[in-house]
Design a binder for this molecule. Structure first.
Ligand SMILES: [Zn+2]
Length: 142
């Protein structure tokens, strides 16, 4: 079972923050080693163990629970600084899974021709597509 957990941003140094509670669940504590790998669909993070001895990508989590995503992974998933990623929890396997998250239109959920609209109340970005924006404009605005 893989459950959606959170949405986070990737900063200019290719880092993203893993929710502390989720780290606790998979038993990664401050400055513990974790292994980062990828498959076709996800970047996978799990607590370092003996199986990862020959892995190229075992790292330490920093004090702010940030991990640096290797450049080749970012390229594969077309993730750029400032993009958002969705964080999942693979419950039985104790793996944190990450992939690119694209915000859809707040009304119709389309990802075509979307622009960001200012949203002071919510922490997450809000987008609207051209079609819905035009429909709203016809009705006299928000
Ligand atoms: Zn729309």
């Amino acid at each position: 079972m893989i459950i959606e957990y959170d949405i986070r941003k990737v900063d200019t140094m290719n880092r993203t923050t893993i929710p502390r509670a989720l780290c606790r669940i998979i038993n990664i504590k401050d400055q513990d080693r974790f292994n980062i790998s990828m498959d076709n669909n996800y970047i996978n993070i799990e607590k370092y163990n003996d199986h990862h001895k020959n892995s190229q990508f075992n790292r330490k989590i920093d004090k702010l629970n940030r991990i640096v995503i290797p450049k080749s992974f970012l390229t594969y998933f077309n993730i750029n600084p400032g993009d958002s990623v969705k964080i999942f929890h693979d419950v039985p396997n104790k793996i944190i899974k990450i992939n690119k998250y694209i915000y859809g239109c707040i009304i119709c959920n389309s990802i075509e021709n979307i622009t960001e609209i200012e949203n002071l109340r919510e922490k997450n970005e809000t987008f609207i597509c051209e079609k819905c924006m035009n429909a709203i404009k016809k009705q006299g605005g928000f």
